[in-house]
Every structure is written in C-alpha cells, then in structure tokens.
Design a binder for this molecule. Sequence first.
Ligand code: FAD
Length: 340
Amino acid sequence: FGLAVTGGLVSSTGIAGFTLGGGVGWLVRRHGLASDNVTAAEVVTADGRVVRADQDENPELFWALRGGGGNFGVVTSLEYQLHPVGPQVLGGLIIYPLEQARQVVTGWRELTGNMPDELTTLINFTTAPPLPFLPPEVHGTRIAVLVGMYAGDPAAGEAAVAPLRTLGTPIVDLMGPMPYTGMQTLLDPLWTAGAHNYFTSAFIEPSDAALDAVLRHHLTTPSPSSELHLHQLGGAFARVPAEATAFSQRDSSVLCNVIARSPDPTDFDAQIAWARGAREEIARHGRGTTYVNFTGDAAEDKVRAAYPGAVHERLVRVKDTFDPTNLFRLNQNIRPSKAA
Ligand SMILES: Cc1cc2nc3c(=O)[nH]c(=O)nc-3n(C[C@H](O)[C@H](O)[C@H](O)COP(=O)(O)OP(=O)(O)OC[C@H]3O[C@@H](n4cnc5c(N)ncnc54)[C@H](O)[C@@H]3O)c2cc1C
C-alpha cells in the first residue's frame, strides 16, 4: 500500500520485541523509532486480563510499553501510525578501504549535522565478505561501509547523498534507487539464521577520541562477522520529548552497537569479551547509557544503563501495578519493588 513504519535493519527481526524496546531502522530520522509510532497495544497482563493501552486507556502502561521492553505483559497486538514511503527510495552501500576509514568516519560526522531527516545513515566497520561485487583482493580485509537510505523522492535524495560518495575513494559504490522493500532486505544475506550473536551498545558523541576508540577496536575484531556500527540519530527521533515514552535517550547523536557474531560456538566467550571491552571503552565517550535492544546482557547494571534515573523509577511503578510478582522476568528486567 506504499505505507510503512520503522522496521529493523534485517527483515527477520521480529516486530514485537523490537518495538517494545524502541526500534531503530532506516526510517528513524524521518519518522522516529518504531515505538514512537505505536498508537495502541493490546496486552495480556500477569493476572490474565486483556487490557488496551493508549493515550487515554492505561496511559502509564502505554508509556512503559514504548521502550520498557517485555516487562509488563504479553503484547498480542500493536497499532502503528503508518507513513507513505517509496515504493522507490535511494539507498544502498558505499564501501571504503580500511586506510580511508578515519577520513570517512570524520567526514561523515561533519555531514551528519546538516543532513535532511529523510536521510538515515550508519557506518559499519566490518570485514569484506567474499561477494562477487567486491574485488577478490579485498575479500577478508577490514573495511568501512557507509549504509544509508533517503526516505523521500530518490531524485531529490541525490544531492543529499552526493557528499557521502566522496568521503574517500570507494572500493565500490552501490547507492542507487531501489524499492523500499529491497532496502529492508539488503543486509539479510549477511545475517543468516543460526549464528551466535552478542550485541552491546552505547549512546555516544562522536568526538575524535570516541572515533579513535571505535577504529582501534575495529582492528581487533575476533571474527569476520564481528563488527561495530555507528548509527546516526537526530531528526524525528530527537524531537520526541524525553518524557513522552520510556525510551528517553533522545539527545545523543550516535548509537554505537558492538556485535560479536560467529557461526561457530568455539571461543565465542572470547568474542563476547572483545565486545564488552570495546563497549566499555567506547561508552566513556557518552553518559554510559545503552539501548536495551542492543544489550546481550540482562544484568542489572545494563538495565539501569538503558533506563537512567527517574525513568527506571517510573517503570518500577508501572511494573508494581501490572506485574507485582515479576512473572515476566526473563528479559532485561524491571524488578517490581516488592519482588526478591
Ligand atoms: C539479526 C538482528 C538484527 C537486529 N537489528 C535491529 C535493528 O536494526 N534495530 C533495532 O532496534 N534492533 C535490532 N535488533 C534487536 C532487536 O530489536 C531485538 O532482538 C528484539 O528483541 C527483537 O524482537 P523479537 O520480537 O524478535 O524478540 P524476541 O527475540 O522474540 O524476544 C525478545 C524479548 O522481547 C520481548 N517480547 C517479544 N515479543 C513480545 C510480546 N509479544 N510481548 C511482550 N514481550 C515481547 C520479551 O521480553 C522477549 O524476551 C536486531 C536483532 C538481531 C538478532
């Protein structure tokens, strides 16, 4: 129908957990998080009731569901505000070699301050897979991949995207008009099911020191499919008032996601240790906060890092109302005040 709401960057990502934790994707700067577009939810609560949550009915539950994760009940339906998107958009990848990674990422940082909301980008520090559109000598080498989508008229997007093509000398420039549905599945071949994954993240400001830390950890990725992503935020995402939803971290300009990923469980603990070490250092360049959906740990300090201060206290009050015995606890848990 030519209508869409923010979805995950990999099309197999389920919408329920994705939305309840926030939901970052190619429309985030144009239309906000997936959770920013939820207008109502139906929830089966811990005591077996079926309740509706929206601005008028159970408004505190509605607030908590938009960022607070799966803590408050089983969500059996979500209603979203949809937006006209595409069907053609301008999107794709521009792949730069490791030697140009620093100039590319610092140039990207300068451009992000003036990008239109229609354009959402990320830089993926990864290892070149053996794909036919890459020269064989590049396979297995570290690269910096600029991925982006302009969610408007593709012809108008050309001017916005042009400076991204000249941040260095690309190995290959695969940015062009494509269907929105093609953009939504572009990364799927690199994310086949069955791999071991550990995500950990930090909201940061991309100072020179922060980018140095990211580049340093890119050089020590423990497997070819382990990578670091810098997600550009701002735009519609940043204009949502912090108190409007439980996803309250609106003022950072970049979200760094550190991903350990491998098809082979051997030594995966060491890969997790790499991701944790990288995240710890990179998080120093922000307020130490994290995105709950990019958090492989359910440890309390990570939950607190996702919901700082008063937000956590408000979530506990909603939890006390809707799940006082902590039935829903196998998650990034908001512990009710009276549960052990
Ligand atoms: C390959 C991959 C790519 C990803 N890409 C992105 C991305 O681009 N952007 C982004 O923001 N996140 C991304 N994520 C993270 C993603 O948002 C979370 O993994 C999210 O939990 C996925 O939602 P799901 O419905 O598949 O959750 P599941 O894995 O099924 O469940 C995870 C948790 O979510 C809660 N939950 C799920 N369904 C319900 C429900 N119906 N009612 C109540 N609680 C529920 C529960 O607490 C559950 O334990 C990605 C994850 C992966 C593995």
